[in-house]
Design a protein around this ligand. Sequence first.
Ligand code: FES
Ligand SMILES: [Fe+2]
Length: 432
Amino acid sequence: MDRSDVLVQHDGRIPKARYTSPEFARLELDRLWSRVWQIACREEELPEPGDFVEYEIGDQSLLVVRGEGGTIAAFHNACLHRGTRLAAGSGCFTEGFMQCRYHAWRYALDGRLTDVVDAHEFTELPEGLRLGAVRAECWGGFVFVNPDPDAEPLLDFLDPLPGLLAPYRLEDLRLRAQLSTVLPANWKSVVDAFNESYHVQGTHPQILPWTDDVSIAYEQLGKHARYGRLAGARRELRPSPRLELSEEEYDEGEILAGLVAGLGGAFLAEERALVEELRAAHLPKGELLPAYQARRLQLLTARGIDVSGFEPDRMTSAEDVYCFPNVVGPIYPGSAILFRSRPLGLDPDRAIHDTWVLEWPRPDAPPRPVTRRDYADWAEHDWGEITNQDYANMAEVQIGMKSAGFDALRLNPRQEANLLHMHRVLDGYLDR
Ligand code: FES
Ligand SMILES: [Fe+2]
């Protein structure tokens, strides 16, 4: 593979090999995944010392462990004797140490090798052996890992997302569901599908009557990006301008109901009731949305939720955030749906795709159980109409990209600017 053939072209075209070539997938593993901060799990998945989560990336397996003192550490998931994977999935080292299943070498939760069976026979074994360390740092309730000992601090990598997202208090969110599946596409195609609104008219035309898919701002932020409705558009309920409807031809109440149906969070039933109540009041045009936003703010405040960081017009608006390299999704006041996509082994044609549904817990109620599901085939599960449509595109993208008649992606310079930015940041890793 000639490197110049796979870099982003001067005219912004994206060579298809970045999505289809096994060599490029290997290059990403060697230069990107081995050096980038990436989300391994949520902190609340590791409540007690000894709790662990395995994180797989490409052909690598990492182990994230809550230690005795409560700190979280990560290791390469391989016994120092003959390499056996130490743990799979998630669980707890209840005895306070990790023991290899094969010859029973033992490791403390901080990775130190503490017990070797028949140690006196290993005359060459050096003192102080420990599992290969991987950096682990937390932000927003997420555990990020990075195998590169020389990587920048996590907060430098994330900048400016932590400041931007501070009012959303991601660290207070709790997992409601974690759904995993495999999609028949490159991991980047999956991320791309959630990083622009340009496809809404082609893929989800049914939502145009209550979605302004055009008045969207795309913004590149450090290595990351976001997109969302323009500030002015947040204060109006209007359909897609593509439908060319006059004001008499659409109903604000229907648009608000459509909008709220897409929100998540612990108080969804109350919020839907609020919409119905306000619709019944037949407010003059232009007053329904501000009224709903003010009431939603009151509702959450009355439930003991701190929404002090939000202007009322943020209450119905998602920050669609892209955290390089592979997490993307809408974040609302009180809830978030985040998608994480990563290569399955070294296969450029398949991605492990995780969906996290997160919400601020009700302060007055006991914690709700987390739904965890793993679907070997994405089509086994109904992900909802919109997401089903997105996933159905994935195989077609991957098959079509391999066509001899297709060389490179031609991105829309405005509406797909976040995708181009992702590729440029990726090239920064591949070039180092
Ligand atoms: S491979 Fe782990 S103890 Fe032998
Ligand atoms: Fe979509």
